[in-house]
Write a protein that binds this ligand. Structure first.
Ligand SMILES: Cc1cc2nc3c(=O)[nH]c(=O)nc-3n(C[C@H](O)[C@H](O)[C@H](O)COP(=O)(O)O)c2cc1C
Length: 164
């Protein structure tokens, strides 16, 4: 199917919430990779992300009610694959990927300093779609820091980018 639907722009979603890990509740700042995301309304301004129910991030999103969409340049392909192939349940992906954590401007959530652009969202709706849930976020803040090239996922380890 990805031969038909891709390439798609790949982004990193950051979340912050308490969750029980190994029997202990702790606060978690996490990063995970997604291909499935889109703007979905002008008024109000909304952005949707599709999240597998087995992801640690799914639990965090349910609890936190907010997320940041981080748009990355092609030089972060390795970090993007790392965050999409490891669960944050038992590791700190900020630490392991060496992506720099900073606080979002308007929501209680981390974001990635190296990102070219961010969209900060408060979750206003959820829709079950098979094994994924679409979280619909109201855009609280959006920042375009740099108009650099973006990374697009083809399939597996294969990526491409924009011309400019
Ligand atoms: C290129 C790429 C695209 C991905 N797209 C999605 C996606 O759209 N939705 C999703 O739920 N998971 C997607 N994943 C899988 C998650 O990123 C992966 O399961 C991740 O380890 C979840 O981390 P977590 O358990 O810390 O939340 C993708 C992974 C990769 C490598």
């Amino acid at each position: 199917m990805t031969e038909i639907t891709n390439p798609r722009q790949v982004v990193l979603i950051t979340t912050r919430a308490k969750a029980v890990v190994m029997g202990k509740e702790k606060e978690n700042d996490n990063i995970f990779t997604i291909d499935w995301h889109m703007p979905t309304s002008f008024s109000p301004r909304l952005y949707a992300i599709s999240v597998g129910k087995e992801r640690f991030s799914y639990e965090l999103l349910k609890e936190s009610g907010c997320f940041v969409v981080n748009f990355m340049s092609p030089e972060y392909e390795k970090e993007i694959l790392y965050c999409g192939r490891h669960s944050g349940r038992h590791i700190d992906k900020f630490k392991e990927s060496k992506l720099t954590k900073e606080d979002a401007d308007n929501i209680d959530c981390p974001r990635i300093k190296e990102a070219l652009a961010y969209i900060e969202c408060e979750i206003i709706n959820q829709l079950e779609t098979g094994d994924h849930v679409i979280f619909v976020g109201k855009i609280i803040n959006s920042v375009l820091k740099n108009k650099g090239k973006r990374l697009f996922h083809k399939t597996g380890d294969d990526f491409t980018t924009t011309i400019d």
